[in-house]
Design a protein around this ligand. Structure first.
Ligand code: SAM
Ligand code: SF4
Length: 320
């Protein structure tokens, strides 16, 4: 266990069609009640427990993490601990919050951006926000030292594969590494089909002249490539070339459940024992036992027999 992703909220200001489709995540959707969500003190305590078990990197995510009020206060608590603190965000609230987050000790941000053509972006994110606002967010993050910023681009067929080259061209000259992500069958609300997946090898072919960079860590999920102009791109091939065997990631949902796989359907409740007053060592034992028994290798199994379990948690709940 080396990486911990903590979802700080299950809410979002975007409605990306592949993650929180509006028809399902509409006005009446039962988001988690406030008292069911971890407080900053609870998150910090859980982070400390995971760091004691080997975690070196913490990533705050969601939902949209910047919707969590006073997030910089959490960052400032976590920054006292011995781990790198990063965040994945859709970026539009960065101009408002990046300075406080940087001052509080956030190390870096990854910004999700699936298209730079405004119409394509609008069709995917379905929320009235613009590419220009995301770019302003990236620039705000860079200007306060939250770089080098990385960009995540989920590629979905007949949606944004035509954007790949434009995105590479736009960012590779600016020392911003883009990571293209195969569209995954997370959750059950996005109507995923294998036909919608643009494979890593197709993405590599589209980009063309790239040279593989030797991985620094076995657990790096992105295969990294050098571009002729010296820039870098990554490709995350979770569907067609799964990497379950090297996975060092644990995830905590915003209601404090531990998930050992993005495709799990149940998590281990850590918040109830914490609220019941149990000690850190009690929680450490729970986590150790759960982690050491993990057998998840959903993506590898999918590629062997195309099996899909019918129940999986949504990405916005577990934290992407
Ligand atoms: N709202 C923030 C954002 O979009 O960056 C953080 C949470 S979001 C769930 C984290 C990442 O998961 C985003 O880069 C998003 O594109 C990605 N994601 C969501 N659903 C996905 C899917 N079905 N397949 C692949 N990536 C997905
Ligand atoms: Fe929100 Fe991120 Fe999901 Fe898009 S991918 S709906 S920005 S949580």
């Amino acid at each position: 266990m080396r990486d911990l992703r903590i979802s700080v909220t299950d809410r979002c200001n975007f409605r990306c069609t592949y993650c929180m489709p509006k028809e399902i995540f509409g006005k009446d959707f039962p988001f988690m009640p406030k008292d069911g969500i971890m407080t900053f003190e609870e998150i910090d305590r859980i982070a400390g427990i995971f760091i004691s078990l080997g975690v070196k990197k913490i990533r705050l995510t969601g939902g949209e993490p910047l919707l969590r009020r006073n997030l910089h206060e959490l960052v400032s608590m976590l920054s006292m601990r011995d781990a790198e603190i990063a965040m994945t965000t859709n970026g539009v609230l960065l101009p408002r919050y990046a300075p406080a987050l940087s001052a509080a000790g956030l190390d870096r941000v990854t910004v999700s951006l699936d298209a730079i053509d405004e119409a394509t972006f609008a069709a995917i994110t379905d929320s009235g926000h613009t590419v220009a606002a995301v770019i302003a967010g990236i620039e705000a993050a860079e200007s306060v030292g939250l770089g080098p910023v990385k960009i995540n681009t989920v590629v979905k067929r007949n949606s944004n594969e035509n954007e790949i080259l434009d995105i590479v061209e736009r960012f590779s000259s600016r020392d911003i590494a883009v990571r293209f992500i195969e569209y995954m069958d997370v959750g059950t609300t996005n109507g995923w089909s294998l036909d919608d997946v643009v494979s890593a090898s197709e993405i590599r072919d589209m980009i063309g002249d790239i040279e593989r960079i030797t991985p620094e860590n076995k657990s790096d999920v992105a295969k990294r490539y050098k571009l002729p102009n010296g820039g870098e791109v990554g490709i995350i091939s979770s569907v067609t070339e799964p990497f379950c065997n090297d996975c060092t990631r644990a995830r905590i949902s915003s209601d404090g459940r531990l998930f050992t796989c993005l495709f799990s359907n149940k998590g281990l409740d850590l918040l109830s024992p914490i609220r019941a007053g149990h000690s850190d060592s009690y929680i450490v034992d729970l986590v150790r036992e759960h982690w050491s028994k993990r057998k998840d290798r959903y993506s590898e199994e999918r590629s062997i027999n195309s099996s899909r379990t019918s129940e999986r948690v949504e990405m916005s709940y577990i934290g992407g």
